[in-house]
Design a protein around this ligand. Structure first.
Ligand code: SAH
Length: 283
């Protein structure tokens, strides 16, 4: 497939690393390259078939980080698909998981459970801190034996299905739900790629789709505001002694999410932080 391909090189001071990374993570779900230029600056390289998209991305980054310098270049006659694939790199999370696209599934990662994710428009390829924080928290719960071996889970806002698939690989079974039909279709495809379809019911909807059911584990990587709104519906879907992992929360929003869950009778959670993002864990 021959298409137009553009590359955007962004050079930024190291102090701007977190904001640039946050903006890339929110806008690019297929990965980018990072390298240290010198002691004070860092370079990011992003590819896309739309130069306009990259121009807008650069404007957004420069609005937050005025010291960033961007260079946009058109790459002629490129096999876009294979170039793009080069940037979708494996992501290792916690001690146990590695996330791979289907074309790298034969790669050898001894002692890690492989999660195969076909990157489409749904969020959740492992390249975003909120997803990796959830997988790290899940890994901790598994290692510390906090989850019943054949327990049940809810992955609320499943995107690609990545968190539900990880829970299924750990022996649990449960529901993946998402309000976005494209995410539901992608999660079904990924469940099948991971031979996890039997352990996963993948449903379009939100917390109401599982009304009346209770789970040993609830994973919800959405955003602070919807999590606050759904706090009591989430806690009433939790089985006694169950665990909750929440993310999609900027660290500065953590207190308001914690307050909402404390108002729904939960104790103080553990907070895990990565850059400007955090996850809250009730174990
Ligand atoms: N679980 C994946 C994807 C997170 S992105 C991961 O951890 O990487 C958040 C997802 O939540 C999106 O797919 C979005 O469509 C979905 N979402 C947003 N609000 C929702 C709601 N109120 N109920 C259910 N899903 C929601």
């Amino acid at each position: 497939m021959t298409k137009e391909l553009w590359s955007l090189e962004i050079k930024a001071p190291k102090k701007d690393y977190d904001p640039v990374l946050g903006l890339l993570a929110l806008n690019i779900n297929y990965g980018w390259e990072e390298k240290e230029v010198d002691e004070t600056s860092i370079q990011f390289l992003v590819h896309n078939e739309s130069g306009v998209f990259l121009e807008e991305l650069l404007e957004m980054i420069m609005a937050h980080c005025p010291m960033a310098i961007g260079t946009l270049t058109k790459i002629e006659n490129t096999d876009f698909l294979s170039s793009w694939k080069e940037f979708f790199t494996p992501v290792s999370c916690g001690n146990n998981f590695v996330i791979l696209p289907p074309w790298l599934k034969e790669e050898n990662f001894p002692d890690r459970s492989k999660i195969i994710i076909e990157p489409k428009s749904a969020f959740g390829t492992g390249h975003h801190a909120t997803t990796t924080l959830c997988l790290e928290a899940l890994d901790e719960l598994i290692i510390s034996d906090r989850l019943p071996k054949t327990g049940t889970f809810l992955d609320l806002g499943c995107g690609t299905g990545i968190l539900g698939i990880a829970a299924a690989l750990a022996g649990l079974s449960g529901f993946c739900v998402d309000i976005d039909p494209l995410a539901v279709a992608n999660a079904r495809e990924n469940a099948s790629l991971n031979h996890a379809s039997a352990a996963l019911k993948i449903v379009e909807g939100s917390i109401d789709a599982v009304k009346g059911l209770q789970f040993d584990l609830i994973l919800a990587n959405i955003l602070a505001e919807p999590l606050i709104q759904m706090a009591c519906a989430i806690t009433s879907s939790l089985a006694e002694g169950g665990c909750i992992i929440l993310s999609g929360i900027l660290e500065k929003q953590a207190e308001s999410v914690i307050d909402a869950f404390i108002n729904c009778s939960m104790p103080q959670p553990l907070k895990l932080v990565s850059g400007e993002w955090c996850a809250l864990v009730w174990s």
